[in-house]
Write a protein that binds this ligand. Sequence first.
Ligand code: UD1
Ligand code: CA
Length: 501
Amino acid sequence: MSPQETPAGGPAVAAVVVLAAGQGTRMRSSTPKVLHALGGRSMLGHVLAATAPLQAGVTVVVVGSGRDQVEAHLAEIAPGALPVVQEEQRGSGHAAAVALAAVPEVEGPVLLVNGDAPLLREETVGALVAEHTRAGHAFTVLTAAVDDPTGLGRIVRDASGAVTAIVEERDATPEQRAIREVNAGVYLGDAAALRSGLARIGSGNDQGELYVTDVLGLLVADGAPVGGVRAEDPDDVLGCNDRRELAARRRTLNDRVLDRLMREGVTVVDPQTTWVDVTVTVGNDAVLEPGTHLQGTTTVASGAVVGPDTTLLDCTVEAGAEVVRSHCLGAVIGPESTVGPFSYLRPGTRLARGSKVGAFVETKNVEVGEGSKVPHLSYVGDATIGRGSNVGAATVFVNYDGVAKHRTTIGDQVRIGSDTMLVAPVTVGDGAYTAAGSVITKDVPPGAMGVARAAQRNVGGWVRRRRPGSPAAEAAAAAERRADAPGDPGVHDDDEGQQSR
Ligand code: UD1
Ligand code: CA
């Protein structure tokens, strides 16, 4: 039997209730507290992820402050969860009572959890469930021994070590304040015991609120079996009430992710400046250089190198690829391909094996074929590029006519000359070239050279006549004198210009 199953085989937890209606005043934010994000999820998202493995019959989220925003977010990340409105924020105990009233059919163990506990892990929740079930408690509180208990509820135990009460700091005696064991804000209670306790709590405390924590003392007085379980990692229980705590929790979460990655064989050159969301996967022998941010659904395959100073959101980096000093959103970077430095890859970019997007290149909605290159200073939007093609420096895929976007198709083994404007819709066939500086508005057939620029005209002697006495005129005169001297190769009007590469 796994800890998450009852002897009968049903789910060990009938309901999960997330308390998320509080104002979060100390955040000083127009965003509800539980929607603040860290490590790739909202606080609420982390709590739901930690409790999802319980597979509870129902998940209730108590909403109140900023409820429209919270409900919209919930519909996105956990459409199966049931939002229940707490009209007036009268305290955590009132929130719990409102939740249980909304699911009168629920009986058996109910997990109550604060919505501002983003470091809570499923192992910790599992340990609470296992101990509650093993001991046959009516109510079990998750606790932790912390160095600094400031602001948290203290766990009061009697001489035998049994938990007798949870006392909020502002209501605590000096002796109670000295207690270092604190309430995590995560509780497992039998539905009937919770309902009976919540019906009796009062607001006779410093804040005049209804505290869920008072249920514990009432059940102890009833003689019901009650207990506490200490979290193995005290970080798990840390709440998040202001921006400083948010930054600290984000750092802890990141440290956990990086620790795991390094244990799995990923090189993290500088853990202090590397930020990886909990939703990201990285293969072994990948290297994350300093200043790397991996976000969302990004995956980085074995042996790939990312960074320094690179952000990847919802990207796929395949084996052996390199992404250097770049910003990439929703891109697929194929095996052995290279990106950067200073590339901006936007959604729909798909780079095939061994391809290259180089310095100061922006791409969007483009397929770059195997071994093809866009090495410098280009914009490539709404295009398909075949295999083995090269797009010269400063090429622009002119995809927008001011009203609609159009596609460009480039074949295999194409050479687009530097500074070509490809005015879409347009196609350049396999093996074709375009001349540097061309504005290509018509299709170029396979194997043709598309030239679309004015022919060059040299106006002889212009500098001598129009800029007499200037350094340019003197240099030109000197060149002419050398050209007249026997044995000098001279300078001719019709020399072919050098091609830049
Ligand atoms: C609470 C605990 C404290 C514990 C700490 C852990 C109480 C009385 N105290 O303190 O013992 O150490 O968490 O972080 O619960 N909420 C509602 N409706 C309300 C009021 C609160 O839904 O009317 C929700 C909040 O959104 C929050 C949770 O309940 O998720 C706890 O409320 P909060 O004000 O953050 O309590 P703390 O003072 O942090
Ligand atoms: Ca809190």
